[in-house]
Design a protein around this ligand. Sequence first.
Ligand code: ZN
Length: 315
Amino acid sequence: MNISPTVVVREVGLRDGLQSIPRTRLNTDQKLEWIREAYEAGQREIEVGSFVPARLLPQLADTEALVAYARTLPGLTTSVLVPNLKGADKALASGADLMVMPLSASHAHSLANLRKTPDEVVTEVGRIRAARDVAGAKTLIEGGVGTAFGCSIQGHVDEDEVLRLALALLDAGADRLSLADTVGYADPQQVKRLFEKVLRAVGDRLCCAHFHDTRGLGMANLYATYELGIRRFDACLAGIGGCPHAPGASGNVATEDVVYLFSSMGVKSGQDLALLLALRAKVAGWLDGELLGGSIALAGLPKTLSEARHMAVVA
Ligand code: ZN
């Protein structure tokens, strides 16, 4: 039996989601429960945290323990975000499968978020690649190009600049790329245009799409990239997420809604919607009082889904 999913919905709620929720802090046991139940629901790629200094994001201070646990789950790709070489050294030591190094295509956002220009981030990726090579580690490096479709600080972000930075990241030693609409500015035609442009230049090394649903276009944008052949999508359970440096940038596309999208079309994601919705309810309880997103948890599954849902889980 072939149980390989045809799309990967990568859970980033424990990182992108929780980093934007400073008020309600999940403890390590709750996060371990989240990871275990997400795994049981069929998730096989989970970004468990970020190796940023604990004083900046205390709610992500237990990332090392989460990676250690996630690595015990067979077949799970454990990823972390790293803001710099220091974080990358921790990621390499932790044995994470993948580290995502964010780069903001918006100069202004880059300075606010990472305190570096985009080109300084590219240089840092070169250092990270050198550190990985010296360590002989297998940890993949993904360059996550954020604010690729516009920026709440700077406004317009030039498409050719996004392409230039994408190429520079690969030249510096990143293994692959993702494009992110960090602040929810993108529309589907713009998404199609920029993804096509970058895909033409780098092929399948552009392997992931990251959308926020800030203005209601997250799913439409995601589907536009699916039609172009993208098969990996970041999402946050319960639609949490945002960027502390981009005001109003709340709400990644909700994991359960993305899984529902593919299930409804009979596209296999390997994820069990019923288990996912049960976990979503649990996490929503932990985050009581916080702004949550997503539609399917409110409306429930349609009666017509049963057959497609089966296909989503069993090949
Ligand atoms: Zn994000």
